[in-house]
Design a protein around this ligand. Structure first.
Ligand code: SF4
Length: 234
């Protein structure tokens, strides 16, 4: 066998081994340190009850949690519950949420939700009922279900999860729906409620879009992105 053939075989074996290792990650086990780190950590939206959470989740889509936290006290002073919100008009809401991105649609949705639900105690907490409300998709529903300590029916996938899940290698798609499915396939249902927020917190604190802090990351021993970076010497 020639010298070149031996080198070729060596590289073929090394890349096959790396590929196999990545595919063989036992995510149900590998994710545990991350879940342990963030288990029960409250969502960054500073809500005081499920009514406030629902309103803030709707307002925060494509806006920042920080911005919504800053306007929440005034908003909830004026509209302390669903009943009060059901009487809101665009004129009364505009001064309070007029700077929120896409506020026109969001105020329409909130108004419709309040008119439909009427009382805080009637806020639904199942996936089917939540996603039937205007302005609430699976991401928002998963957040509400988790914060209400109800049984998870899916995995929360926000922009942080989209980035970090692909870096980790637990998901291969850039589509939030597919990422949720892929995570649900490898993580047992009892961890669905925590895994999404845990990955999201990792993305907010450690795995930022630029300069991810690999060395201090609890997932660096199984992370595909880090493995590739280390291999390429970056
Ligand atoms: S090891 Fe690096 S790339 Fe991987 S999840 Fe952690 S911070 Fe992100």
């Amino acid at each position: 066998m020639s010298y070149i053939s031996i080198i070729f075989l060596f590289y073929f074996y090394a890349s096959f081994k790396n590929h196999t290792m990545a595919n063989k990650t036992d995510w149900a086990q590998a994710i545990q340190p991350l879940i342990k780190k963030y288990k029960g950590k409250k969502h960054p939206l500073e809500y005081k009850n499920i009514y406030q959470l629902l309103v803030m989740v709707v307002l925060s889509a494509q806006d920042s949690d920080r911005h919504i936290n800053s306007l929440a006290p005034e908003l909830f002073k004026a509209f302390p519950n669903m009943e009060a919100l059901s009487n809101a008009t665009p004129e009364t809401l505009f001064p309070l949420v007029g700077k929120v991105r896409n506020f026109g649609n969001k105020t329409k949705w909130l108004s419709a939700i309040a008119k439909q639900i009427k009382k805080d105690k009637d806020i639904p907490l199942t996936m089917e009922e939540l996603v039937a409300l205007p302005g609430i998709g699976r991401k928002s529903a998963n957040v509400i279900i988790r914060e209400a300590s109800e049984k998870a029916e899916g995995v929360m996938v926000d922009l942080h999860v989209v980035r970090v899940a692909q870096r980790l290698g637990i998901a291969t798609s850039a589509d939030p729906k597919k990422i949720e499915q892929q995570i649900m396939e490898v993580i047992p249902p009892e961890d669905w409620g925590e895994v999404g927020m845990a990955i999201s917190f990792l993305g907010r604190e450690t795995c930022r879009p630029s300069h991810p802090q690999h060395e201090e990351c609890v997932m660096n021993s199984v992370c595909e992105y880090y493995r590739k970076q280390t291999k390429s010497g970056k």
